[in-house]
Design a protein around this ligand. Structure first.
Ligand SMILES: Cc1cc2nc3c(=O)[nH]c(=O)nc-3n(C[C@H](O)[C@H](O)[C@H](O)COP(=O)(O)O)c2cc1C
Length: 309
């Protein structure tokens, strides 16, 4: 059975979003937002704040495993932190080589490393060595920095370092999140390594897109990001073709669960709710209409007065 995985999305798929999305659709696992590793071993509290599921066997409330994603460029420091994460019970360690953010790339992190295959190898190999054999160590990359000419070299480096699998977002760093996504390029890696798990990612937003992506990339396993948030039952419908789509009242009810369980500043909570509402407006006309009613709200009570509980 092919795997369907919830993508890491910083500022979006935090513990609260994972809590609701994994109850609407079944995911084989989720990947946490990236945890930035610089030059030191982070205290356990940092890991637990970042990924509270660690305190519950690294699983969401309905038992979906959560893998912890690390981003950094120092093999030894990455290894020390991965070891700590594994001791805290992380279900898997994923390494981010795909983040295009300038602040991250300036410090030789994320997608900047796509031009340094030897360093990517050393990071993956050190992390692999530091965590128990039973804990998967994986990597997530883009096709390359400006083009996909180094894709096979990068994949070779990660494969020879012992990564359990590789997720490929079918875009270059230069593309950011702009189309087109190139699933065929992912296929060059999956055909080179028929026995290594390659997970395809990027713009899988419908059953038709999932089928085309599988055909072009040669990958059975798919990771979904933005569409999994805009259309939270999409993954369940990929699993069960013919399942009726969730109606708006059901999605709204989940958004209220999300709103009520978040903690922190009220403005921040309302902002996160509006962020999700805005994303669902791409799919549900009712969400667009509801967004108009809450767009100026700053308090939770204003939101519930406008849209109900
Ligand atoms: C808001 C946002 C935050 C993201 N944060 C991360 C991250 O923390 N780690 C990572 O590996 N990828 C991150 N990504 C990339 C996604 O995991 C995924 O590769 C990308 O969105 C393409 O998949 P999609 O078209 O299904 O959304 C992020 C993407 C978005 C839109």
């Amino acid at each position: 059975m092919s795997a369907l995985i919830l993508a890491p999305m910083e500022g979006l798929t935090d513990v609260h979003m994972r809590h609701v999305l994994t109850q609407i659709s079944r995911y084989d696992w989720c990947v946490s937002e990236f945890l930035r590793i610089t030059d030191q071993l982070l205290p356990a509290s940092c890991f637990l704040n970042h990924c509270p599921e660690l305190a519950h066997g690294s699983r969401t409330v309905n038992g979906t495993p959560v893998h912890l994603q690390l981003l950094g460029s120092e093999p030894e420091v990455m290894a020390e932190n991965a070891e700590r994460a594994a001791k805290l019970g992380a279900a898997g360690i994923d390494i981010n080589f795909g983040c295009p953010a300038k602040t991250v790339n300036r410090h030789r992190g994320g997608a900047a490393l796509l031009g340094e295959s030897a360093l990517m190898h050393d990071i993956v190999a050190s992390v692999r060595q530091a965590v128990p054999e039973g804990t998967p160590v994986s990597a997530k990359i883009r096709l390359g920095i400006a083009d996909s000419s180094a894709l096979l070299e990068n994949a070779d480096a990660i494969h020879s370092a012992g990564a359990s699998w590789l997720t490929i977002h079918g875009r270059t760093r230069a593309q950011g999140y702009r189309p087109p996504v190139d699933w065929q390029a992912i296929g060059r890696v999956s055909s080179r390594y028929p026995d290594w798990r390659i997970i395809a990612n990027g713009d899988i937003g419908s059953a038709a897109a999932a089928a085309l992506c599988r055909e072009e990339s040669g990958c059975d396993d798919l990771m979904l990001g933005r569409a999994a948030v805009s259309e939270p039952d999409l993954v369940q419908r990929l699993r069960e073709p013919g399942l009726p789509a969730l109606d708006w009242p059901a999605v709204h009810a989940w958004q209220m669960v999300f709103l009520q369980r978040m903690q922190g500043s009220e403005a921040g909570i309302v902002g996160r709710y509006k962020q999700w509402l805005g994303m669902t407006a791409l799919v549900y006309a009712e969400a667009a209409e509801q967004f108009q009613r809450v767009k100026r709200a700053k308090r939770i009570a204003e939101v519930t007065a406008a849209v109900g509980t």
